[in-house]
Write a protein that binds this ligand. Structure first.
Ligand SMILES: Nc1ncnc2c1ncn2[C@@H]1O[C@H](COP(=O)(O)OP(=O)(O)O)[C@@H](O)[C@H]1O
Ligand SMILES: [Mg+2]
Length: 243
């Protein structure tokens, strides 16, 4: 069995009800071009239970993307600990981190679809390097159906509206059956009606597929549809609708 596959299996995460996430005193400081420190996150502690849809709000620069990147193991904190399911991220080796990242889903403001691939192939693309025990095309077809795009499998991204492209991106993010889905301003490039539909699709998938959702958004109306809303300011949580 190839190493990557072995690693993948070793850290396979449970996935029936969504993965809980916990941050304890997490800080991240960046240096600007002038060497000045920017405290992107400052001693943030947060517990997100399994299956919760959490909206992360706050002005531009408040630390929303940093928080998502750290929980997604795309970056490492300077201090504090982050646990996803049973895994403490700081304990993972680099290759285990890569395996972990392949088992969580990401949706971005820009859809990042491959323009030369059909909707179906875009959704199946993350599975290409993997050996899996199911039919990849069939999985992709089911996910397109789950986001309301049955019949659009063969369309290229350029033939889809912005909202449809974002739904393809959501289907792609779910192709590894993640227990945790991050969405960073997923409706930022969409008009408000389309944005509302995309948020609706995310919330419905959360219930149907057993996901924990972390959604960074500027849109207070969309945020209020989540189970819980936290607000960041200068890298700190300044309000928590559950707190
Ligand atoms: N890679 C980086 N290098 C330097 N500064 C960064 C980097 N990423 C983020 N920052 C800074 O950290 C702060 C928080 O950024 P970010 O998490 O992107 O906020 P948000 O997503 O809420 O707009 C900002 O001041 C930003 O300029
Ligand atoms: Mg951001």
């Amino acid at each position: 069995m190839p190493d990557a596959q072995k690693m993948f299996e070793r850290i396979t995460l449970p996935r029936d009800a969504g993965l809980p996430v916990s941050l304890c005193n997490v800080s991240k400081t960046y240096r600007t071009g002038f060497g000045l420190p920017v405290h992107a996150l400052n001693l943030v502690s947060l517990r997100v239970p399994s299956g919760q849809a959490l909206a992360i709000t706050g002005p531009s620069g408040s630390g929303k993307s940093t928080l998502l990147h750290l929980v997604g193991a795309m970056d490492t904190p300077d201090e504090g600990s982050i646990t996803v399911g049973e895994l403490e991220l700081a304990r993972l080796q680099e290759r285990e981190r890569a395996a972990f990242r392949s088992q969580i889903g990401f949706v971005f403001q820009r859809f990042h679809l491959l323009p030369a691939l059909t909707a179906l192939d875009n959704v199946a693309a993350p599975l290409l390097p993997l050996k899996v025990g199911f039919d990849k095309q069939q999985r992709a077809r089911e996910l397109l159906a789950a986001v309301g795009l049955s019949g659009r499998e063969r369309d290229l991204p350029s033939h889809l509206s912005g909202g449809e492209q974002q739904r393809v991106a959501i289907a792609r993010a779910l192709v590894n059956s993640p227990g945790l889905l991050f969405a960073d301003e997923p409706t930022g490039d969409l008009d408000s009606r389309t944005g509302a539909k995309v948020m609706g699709a995310l919330l419905e998938l959360r219930s149907k597929r057993g996901l924990t959702l972390l959604i960074a958004t500027h849109d207070a109306g969309l945020a209020s549809r989540c189970d819980r809303v936290i607000e960041l300011l200068d890298g700190q949580i300044v309000s928590d609708s559950e707190g």
